[in-house]
Design a protein around this ligand. Structure first.
Ligand code: PLP
Length: 483
């Protein structure tokens, strides 16, 4: 594509930094007043580039210059109508697109494995979520997609719903039958928002699943910071149709994001787009081959299995997400992750009851993956078990109808109670294992024995759960709505 070799925002920023201005504006460090530890570790230059809106550098919240051009190039690369750069991650983009597509009181259809940012959107927007169920692989205990038949039934049942959100792909890189779901949602008059946090790279190589923009989603939010080369927290939101007004998205982003957006983040988006446009195909071809080799080596390690076959509910997968199961070693995910971290300095992306997720990107090569294979081989040697391991618990409870709107529950009077006493009561706060950031219970849902069981299993394994607190008596407390 012509023009994709340019990086207008980066060029404007560099021109500004090298122009020799003496600034009497923020940021206060002015590239000179810097904590010594930071300049020692990061060098001086990064602080010169740490700028926000200035004449000649455009304005993220009302772009007319370099940012506008940079966003247009990103839109062109992805085949979107328009693209918004985000400094609040995909979280901000998902909230903004849902707020832009709805008005208070609207019903929205969400997958039960929706990211917690969508919970924030329903609270801020006063929305009524109706969940369609996730499918959990019974052996692996990971979410592998959604229940398509139920999703289609729910679309037909809730004719008054305004929008549908889908997760494409899941955290583990699994892709469901999105094209059919999007088509059914459109036929029912719904706006479709795709959470493509883990799929910004799908567009550059034919061996990856098709991206949601190509499948007809109206808004697609991606985290290039997760898979491409941009800095953490930088994301982008693409509009694929005119079902969502760009003006409403821009306004919602002005509600949500900083009025001093970081140019380190936005310039990194411009350059990550340029890098992907120039080299995306070859980079992801290499990454795919590295991942393939990594997978085949992992498959040779005794008692370690790799999620290599498509689980039910998935129709495709990202070859660069490699999930291994170590339950046959008699180990839990957190124990195995600890061993890899402390004995081998290997850190993984996601730890579940009995699985570990490795993400391979173009940054990887034989060297990095061989280290991981050696570490897992050593782990297996230390823990030789031949019996087949325990079955994983489902990481998500069954879908239930909301007893209250999330907004009403979040703002209701509430009190903390020991978790065992919460059964039958309405949650005032979400309970969210993180990562992956999928709530076990949303504010407005009723605590069930199943939810408490799953929560306690996460806690027992040492997985961080946001929401509950442990009081002085070491009792686990959760927030319930005061009756
Ligand atoms: C499926 C999914 N959606 C959305 C997000 C939020 O993305 P970000 O970290 O860019 O805000 C995440 C983060 O892990 C995620 O896993």
């Amino acid at each position: 594509m012509k023009g994709q070799e340019k990086s207008p925002l980066w060029e404007a920023l560099t021109a500004h930094v090298t122009a020799g201005y003496i600034g009497f504006h923020v940021p206060g460090h002015k590239g000179r007043y810097i904590p010594q530890e930071l300049s020692a570790a990061w060098g001086q230059d990064v602080f010169n580039y740490d700028l926000t809106e200035l004449p000649g550098l455009d304005n993220l919240h009302a772009p007319v210059g370099a940012i506008k051009k940079a966003q247009e190039l990103a839109a062109e690369l992805y085949g979107a109508r328009c693209t918004f750069f985000l400094v609040g991650g995909t979280s901000a983009g998902l909230i903004a697109s849902l707020l832009a597509a709805t008005k208070p009181g609207d019903k929205v259809l969400l997958p039960r494995h929706a990211h917690r940012s969508l919970l924030a959107a329903t609270i801020l927007g006063g929305l009524k979520p109706v969940f369609y169920p996730a499918v959990v692989d019974p052996v692996w205990g990971v979410v592998c997609g959604w229940d398509q038949a139920e999703a289609l039934r729910i679309i037909n049942q809730h004719t008054d719903a305004r929008a549908l959100v889908l997760v494409h792909p899941t955290y583990h890189g699994l892709v469901g039958p999105a094209a059919e779901l999007i088509q059914a949602a459109h036929q029912a008059g719904l706006t479709v928002i795709a959470d493509e946090a883990h799929g910004a790279h799908f567009y550059f190589h034919p061996d990856f699943p098709p991206g949601a923009l190509r499948l007809g989603a109206d808004a697609v939010v991606q985290s290039p910071h997760k898979l491409l080369g941009s800095l953490t927290q930088s994301s982008w939101l693409h509009l694929g149709s005119d079902r969502i007004s760009p003006a409403r998205v821009a306004e919602a982003l002005r509600w949500l994001e900083s009025s001093s957006p970081s140019y380190l983040l936005t310039a990194s988006l411009d350059l990550a787009r340029c890098q992907a446009a120039q080299r995306g195909r070859e980079d992801w071809d290499r990454a795919r081959q590295v991942a393939q080799e990594f997978t085949s080596h992992m498959l040779t390690i005794p008692h370690v299995s790799v999620l290599a076959q498509l689980p039910p509910a998935a129709v495709d997968r990202d070859p660069c997400k490699v999930t291994i199961n170590i339950s046959d070693l008699g180990l839990t995910g957190p124990k195995a992750a600890c061993y890899l971290q402390y004995q081998h300095k290997i850190q993984v992306e996601l730890v579940d009851f009995y699985t570990l997720l490795f993400i391979i990107t173009p940054a990887d090569d034989k060297c990095s993956t061989e280290r991981a294979v050696q570490a897992v081989t050593d782990l297996a040697k230390q823990q030789p078990k031949t019996s087949s391991g325990p079955r994983a618990l489902p990481p998500l409870p069954r879908v239930q109808e909301m007893a209250m709107l999330p907004r009403a529950a979040a703002y209701a009077g509430h009190r903390m109670v020991p978790v065992m006493q919460a059964v039958g009561k309405i949650a005032a706060q979400a309970v969210v294992p993180y990562p992956p950031g999928v709530a076990l219970i949303w504010p407005g849902e009723e605590f069930t024995a199943e939810i408490v069981d799953i929560l306690l299993s996460f806690i027992r394994l040492g997985i961080t759960v946001q929401g509950p607190i442990i009081d002085g008596d070491q009792e686990l407390n959760v927030a319930i709505v005061e009756e």
